[in-house]
Design a binder for this molecule. Structure first.
Ligand SMILES: Nc1nc2c(ncn2[C@@H]2O[C@H](COP(=O)(O)OP(=O)(O)OP(=O)(O)O)[C@@H](O)[C@H]2O)c(=O)[nH]1
Ligand SMILES: [Mg+2]
Length: 335
C-alpha cells in the first residue's frame, strides 16, 4: 500500500481492521496529520470532492446519509436505487468534504438507463479529488473489480468494507484486508458499518487527508446541491423501491409536474412513469391502496425533510420505451 500511515501489527499493509471507536488514536487529531490545523489550530484547510462508488446495494447511500447526518439519498435493498449524482456536504475542523453519491455500477442490465447510470458513476470517479470505493465486507466480487476499474490511475483511493455489523466470521474481513492490502493503488482500507456508524469517521478522515488544500466552497448551513423538487421525486421513488417487487421500480421513474411553495405548505403533483400498461395495477394495488401508501409514506418523509405541511398527489402514467431513450431520460433529469 502506497501511503497508508496506520498499520496493524498482524495486518501489514492494511488499516486496523477493528480499532475500538472509543480508541483516541482513531478519531482525535494528531500533530502530524496534515488534514488538521496545527497545534494552535492554524494553517491547513482542505476542500474537495470525494466520489462514493461501488457496485449496487453495498451501502453507498446509507454511508452518505450517515456522514451528512441527513436523509439525503434514498436507500433500499434493491439494485440501482440511486440514479443521480447527489452532493452531500460535510464540514469537519480543517476540511470541507463534498461527498458524491453515485448509482451502483453494473453491466447486468442493458439499455439506455443503465448506460446513463454507469456513466454518472464513472464521471464522478473521474472528476473527484478522491474516490471511496464501497464494497461488502462479506467478500470481494467480480462486480467490485468492475467498479474498481472506474478509478483512474493515480487517483487517491480508499476502500470501505461495509456491513461489518452483519459479518459473523471476522476472519473473512481479515482475509479481505490482506488481499486488498496487496494492491498498491489502494491508499487505505477501512472496515465500517454505515448502518450503525462504526468507523465511518475514520473513513472520512482517510478521505479528507487526501483532499487538496483549499477554502470551503459551500456555506456551512448547506448540505446539498439538490432542490426540494428533486427530493420530492426521490421520496416517491424510494417508496416504489421499498414497496414493490424488482421489475416495476427499475422500470419506473417519477416526474414532478407541479411544485408550489407556499408559506408553511408545499403542494406537489407527481406522476409515476411506467413502461407498460400491465404494470399499472401493480402500482395501484387493490382499490388503489398501494399507490395511497406510496403517497402517504413519501408525504410523511417530505414533511419531516421540509419541516412543513405537504399536500401530495400521485398518479400513474404510461410512457413505453422511456427507459431506453436517451432524450427522454434527459428530459426526466437523467444526465
Ligand atoms: N447490515 C448492514 N446493512 C447495510 C449497511 N449499509 C447499508 N445496508 C443495507 O444495504 C442495502 C443497500 O443500501 P443502499 O445504501 O441503498 O446501497 P447503495 O450502494 O446506495 O445501492 P444503489 O444505490 O442501489 O447502488 C439497504 O437495505 C441498507 O439498509 C450496513 O452497514 N450494515
Ligand atoms: Mg444508493
Amino acid at each position: 500500500m502506497s501511503d497508508e500511515t496506520t498499520m496493524a501489527d498482524d495486518l501489514p499493509n492494511a488499516k486496523l481492521p477493528e480499532p475500538s471507536v472509543d480508541d483516541p488514536s482513531v478519531d482525535s487529531p494528531s500533530d502530524d496529520d496534515p488534514s488538521r490545523g496545527g497545534p494552535e489550530g492554524s494553517s491547513v484547510h482542505r476542500c474537495g470532492y470525494v466520489a462514493i462508488v461501488g457496485r449496487p446495494n453495498v451501502g453507498k447511500s446509507t454511508l452518505v446519509n450517515r456522514l451528512v447526518g441527513e436523509k439525503l439519498s434514498i436507500t433500499s435493498s434493491k439494485a440501482q436505487t440511486t440514479r443521480h449524482r447527489i452532493v452531500g456536504v460535510v464540514n469537519r475542523p480543517g476540511a470541507q468534504i463534498m461527498l458524491l453519491d453515485t448509482p451502483g455500477f453494473q453491466t447486468r442490465n442493458k439499455g439506455a438507463l443503465n448506460r446513463v447510470l454507469n456513466r454518472t458513476a464513472s464521471q464522478a470517479a473521474l472528476e473527484a479529488d478522491v474516490v471511496v470505493l464501497v464494497a461488502d465486507a462479506h467478500g470481494w466480487t467480480a462486480g467490485d473489480d468492475q467498479a474498481l476499474r472506474l478509478v483512474p490511475a493515480g487517483k487517491p483511493l480508499v476502500v470501505a468494507l461495509n456491513k461489518v455489523d452483519a459479518v459473523k466470521d471476522r476472519t473473512r474481513v481479515m482475509a479481505l484486508l490482506a488481499q486488498l492490502g496487496a494492491n498498491p493503488a489502494i491508499g487505505a482500507i477501512v472496515p465500517i458499518s454505515a448502518r450503525n456508524g462504526r468507523q465511518v469517521d475514520a473513513l472520512l478522515d482517510e478521505a479528507a487527508r487526501r483532499l487538496p488544500e483549499g477554502d470551503a466552497l459551500f456555506d456551512v448551513d448547506t448540505y446539498t446541491d439538490r432542490s426540494e423538487r428533486f427530493f420530492a421525486a426521490e421520496a416517491i421513488r424510494e417508496k416504489m423501491f421499498r414497496l414493490l417487487g424488482d421489475e416495476v421500480p427499475y422500470q419506473s421513474t417519477v416526474v414532478i409536474e407541479q411544485f408550489e411553495e407556499l408559506p408553511g405548505l408545499r403542494r406537489i403533483f407527481a406522476a409515476i412513469v411506467l413502461e407498460r400498461e400491465a404494470q399499472k395495477p401493480i402500482v395501484l394495488g387493490a382499490g388503489g391502496e398501494r399507490i395511497k401508501r406510496i403517497g402517504s409514506e413519501a408525504r410523511q418523509d417530505l414533511e419531516r425533510a421540509f419541516d412543513c405541511k405537504v399536500y401530495l398527489e400521485v398518479w400513474v402514467k404510461i410512457k413505453s420505451g422511456w427507459s431506453d431513450n436517451e432524450l427522454r431520460l434527459k428530459s426526466y433529469g437523467y444526465e
